[in-house]
Design a protein around this ligand. Structure first.
Ligand SMILES: NC(=O)c1ccc[n+]([C@@H]2O[C@H](COP(=O)([O-])OP(=O)(O)OC[C@H]3O[C@@H](n4cnc5c(N)ncnc54)[C@H](O)[C@@H]3O)[C@@H](O)[C@H]2O)c1
Ligand SMILES: O=P(O)(O)OC[C@H]1O[C@H](O[C@H]2[C@H](O)[C@@H](O)[C@@H](O)O[C@@H]2CO)[C@H](O)[C@@H](O)[C@@H]1O
Ligand SMILES: [Mn+2]
Length: 440
């Protein structure tokens, strides 16, 4: 007997994002969700309108009977909504470019969510995302916020401190990406996997990957394949292909575990800086890629009244957040790797750390899974220093404290000393202006 599909209303906050079409297509194609209304909310009306044109095409072209609403008014965006999929980028790509280029000027890692670029972004997100949560709580207090807004550890910690009762789930799709390239490269099916994983967001390791079709942990054999054959990076853009080449080096140098690829920024900082081009960073690639594609698609739709398809499809990024919504809605207790307060999930790490671990999701919310083993000193040491630096950054935000910000910058695991930390901090204060709280 088929279960009656529950009708839901979804708002996408940060709708101008190039991820929105994939999310919407996944929502529309879901055979478990009956989405009867999708609202696009963004604080940039031009980006929101552009995305409205694309989503309107997708709805009409697919013959879907879904109401679409495009608005910059938070009350219209959130009143009566069931879910908010949030993916805002405070300061947009222009500030991401500064996040990446300013540290590189000082020979430090320039990256979106890691290193001091990630801290610059984190300070903006803490202020901007808190304002968004306030609006959602005002107009849709019972809605679930399924959040992709980065940097996830810092955003999750901020929301937990300021909105302890918020109905929010923080997710990262990197482990999906890692698992997909492993399956694609070496012939596994991740649907058969029960993963043990621990870390901070973008700073973690697999402990085991139990494959139910082989009744064993397949991580050891996967590690051998990564070392001996390497990933199949065909079709990936240059920067992601390089990322997975560096991940292979991580596995060769530290073969006990499969790492999150982002550890390359911490363990190979100097090598990454040498590989970077300060005149053309990832932000510039996105400007010429994902963002240009939005503009080109809008032009194509406007110029071709008989257009019958556009180059967007349902993707794993969208699937992950839709699967979380489905598990919440139907009390499925499905298992996801999410960003939560530790509280003993990693037994030998401070209880108040914001960690990334496997969790069950049901209609009550998130239930973190207790790993039941102590993590090794190498990982524990790295994590404890990074946790402290991230907590100091969140303290700096809440206390308007320059001192705490300097300590956070100096302790970040991509930074060699406090002298350069201070130079970068002072330049970021200048560059970010009111996107950050005032530090005194
Ligand atoms: N958690 C994950 O694993 C994961 C994966 C992919 C992307 N992301 C994150 O998703 C976000 C979107 O990424 P993108 O590259 O598409 O960014 P983008 O800049 O292309 O789009 C983000 C949109 O957010 C809007 N925005 C900014 N501040 C806002 C605010 N206060 N209220 C409403 N809208 C606001 C911008 O106008 C823009 O249209 C980023 O935070 C990115 O880091 C996270
Ligand atoms: O440099 P970007 O903006 O293209 O990507 C930054 C994001 O990278 C990760 O998300 C990846 C995902 O892991 C990968 O499998 C594929 O789906 O692309 C996504 C976006 O490129 C990371 O998890 C995010 O936090 C980053 O924002
Ligand atoms: Mn992520």
């Amino acid at each position: 007997m088929s279960v009656e599909k529950k009708k839901i209303k979804v708002t996408i906050a940060g709708a101008g994002s190039g991820y929105t079409p994939g999310m919407v297509l996944t929502l529309l194609k879901s055979d478990e969700l009956d989405v009867n209304e999708i609202r696009l909310y963004d604080n940039d009306s031009e980006k929101n309108k552009d995305m409205g044109i694309i989503i309107d095409f997708i709805i009409k072209n697919g013959g879907y009977s879904v109401k679409i609403l495009v608005t910059e008014d938070p009350k219209v965006a959130f009143a009566g909504i069931d879910f908010v999929f949030s993916q805002i980028r405070v300061g947009k790509i222009e500030m991401r470019e500064k996040d990446e280029k300013i540290p590189l000027k000082y020979g430090l890692v320039g990256q979106e969510t890691c290193g001091l670029g990630g801290f610059s972004y984190g300070m903006r997100s803490m202020k901007g995302f808190s304002e968004l949560v306030e609006l959602i709580q005002m107009y849709a207090p019972n809605a679930w916020i399924l959040n992709y807004t980065n940097p996830e550890t810092i955003v999750a910690e901020t929301v937990r401190r300021k909105f302890p009762k918020a109905k929010i789930i923080n997710a990262c799709d990197m482990t999906i990406g890692i698992e997909e390239i492993i399956c694609d490269s070496f012939g596994y099916d991740r649907k058969n996997w029960i993963q043990e994983y621990y870390g901070l967001n973008h700073f973690g390791w697999y402990k085991s990957i139990y494959d139910i079709s082989k009744s064993k942990d397949v991580m050891p054999e996967i590690i051998d394949k990564i070392k001996e054959i390497g990933f199949n990076t065909e079709g990936l853009d240059k920067s992601w292909a390089l990322t997975y080449q560096n991940m292979r080096k991580l596995v060769k140098d530290f073969p006990e575990n499969i790492p999150n690829n982002y550890l390359e920024y911490y363990l190979y900082s100097e090598m990454i800086v040498e590989e970077s081009d300060i005149n053309y960073t990832r932000a510039n690639q996105i400007m010429d890629g994902r963002l240009k594609k939005i503009k080109d698609t809008v032009k194509e739709i406007k110029n071709n009244p008989n257009l019958d398809s556009i180059d967007y499809e349902s993707d794993s990024h969208g699937q992950y957040i839709v699967d979380i919504a489905t598990s919440l809605l139907y009390n499925k207790n499905n298992r996801f790797i999410l960003i939560v307060e530790n509280m003993g999930a990693i037994p030998n790490l401070r209880f108040d750390a914001t960690v990334e671990v496997p969790c069950y999701v049901n209609s009550k919310g998130i239930e973190p899974i207790r790993l039941g083993f102590n993590i090794p000193d190498f990982h524990k040491g790295l994590m404890e220093a990074q946790v402290a630096s991230e907590k100091l950054l969140v303290d700096a935000h809440f206390e308007n404290s320059y001192q705490k910000a300097l300590e956070a910058f100096a302790l970040n695991q991509t930074v060699p000393n406090a002298l350069v930390a201070k130079k970068v901090l002072d330049e970021f204060i200048e560059a970010n202006g009111d996107y950050w709280v005032e530090l005194r």
